[in-house]
Design a protein around this ligand. Sequence first.
Ligand code: 2PG
Ligand code: MG
Length: 437
Amino acid sequence: MADNTRILFLVAQEILDSRGYPTVEVCAGLRDGTVASAAVPSGASTGRYEAMESRDGDPGRYEGRGVLHAVANVNDVIAPALAGMRADDQAGVDAALIELDGTEYKQRLGANAILGVSLACARAAARARRQGLYQYLGGGQARVLPVPMFNVLNGGAHAPDGSDIQEFKLIPVGASSFAQALRFGAETYHCLYHVLRDAGLPTTVGDEGGFAPTLKSNAESLELILRAIERAGYRPGEQIAIGLDPAASGMVKDGRYILKRDGLNLSSDEMTDYWEDWIGRYPIISLEDPLADDDWDGFRNLTARLGDRVQVIGDDLFVTNRKFLQRGIDSGVCTSILIKPNQIGTITETLQTIRLAQQARYTCLVSHRSGETCDTSIADLAVAMDCRQIKAGAPARGERVAKYNRLLRIERELGDKAVYAGRSAFPHLGGTCTAAP
Ligand SMILES: O=C(O)[C@@H](CO)OP(=O)(O)O
Ligand SMILES: [Mg+2]
C-alpha cells in the first residue's frame, strides 16, 4: 500500500479565489493512479507574523497580484524534490517542504506553494486509502461535528463601508445536530435580509457573504441580528449566541483604537471596557482579536477580566504558530486559538499547533480566509482534530457553503456515531457533549 502512494507528479496552476484574485491550486498524482487536488485561500486582514504567500510583481501595485512564481516553485522546485516520496507520510512530506524552503516564514518558496502541496498530498493519500480526509487525518475517533459560526454581518477590511467590527457571527449552540445548526443559521440569515429591507438598509454583502450595511453605530449591528434571530423563531443566547471578530489590529492608529461608527478613540483599557459592556448587554460568547496583535499586555488584562465570561481567541496574535501560542499559554493570554492552515503553511505544523492548544485546554476555532475557494479541507480538519468549532462565513455563497455542505455529508456518513459539539465546544458555558467522543 505504502509504495502505491509514492508521488508520481505534482502540478500547480494559478486559479481565482472568491474575490477574483489569483491563488494556487496543486494537483498530486500517485503511483497507484490516484489523483487529488487542493486549493489555497488568502486573507485580507493578515497577522504580521503569518507565513508569507508568494505574490508576483510590485507589492505596492494592487492587492490581486499573481501567483505564477509560487506555481513555478511547485512545478520546478518542489515537484522534483518530492517525486517518489510517500504521500501518506505527511510528516515526511512537510519536513521536506520546510527544509527545501529553509526560511522561518516560508518566504522563499511561498506559504501558498507549500500549503498547496501539503494539502494535495494529504488528499491524495486519503483517497488512495479510500478514506475521507477527516478519517485519514483523525482516525476512528473523528466523529464530533463542530459548532459553525456564521458571519452574517461584515465590516472592517471585508466591507469598508460597514461596521468597524469585521465579523458578527451567529453561533447555534442550542442545535442538536450539525444539520440543524446549519438550518438555524440559514433561516436567521434570510430573516436578517428582511430585517434590513424593512429598516430601509441595503442588502449588499461583504467578502464573506454577510450583509454589509452602513449603520449609525456598531451596536446597531447587534440589535439587527437579535431581531433577525427572534424573527426566525429562535431564542437569542439559548439557541443562537453571538460571536465577534473585531480584527482590532485594523482599528489601531498610533496606539489608539479608533471606532469610526461610534466616534470613539480609545486606549487598550477603554477598548476592554467597551467589550465588557457589550458582553453584559448582548449574548456574546466568543470574542476574537478584541485588541491589536502587538498589544500583548492589553490581551493579558482582557483575558484576566473577561476570560471566564467569554471565549477570547487569538488570531492575528497567534497566527496558528506554536511559538506565539506557547507565549500566550505561558502568560495567560487568551483561552482559544484560531486555526488557519495557511497562516503556518503545512498540515503537520497545523496539527502540532492544535495539539499544543488542546493540551493547554485552549479551544480551537478552525477558520477559512476571506479570499476562499471551494476547497473543503478545513471542514475535515475540524472533525479530524475534534476542534468543535469552525467558521466559514455566511451560510450563503458557494465557497462558504462548500465547507458547511461538506460537514453535512460527514455527519450523514458517520450516521449514529456522529455527535454535534453544541455547548461542549465552549467550556466557559459549562455544557457537556451529548456523547463521549
Ligand atoms: O480575520 C479573520 O479571522 C479572517 C477570516 O474570517 O479574515 P482574513 O482571511 O481576511 O484574515
Ligand atoms: Mg480574525
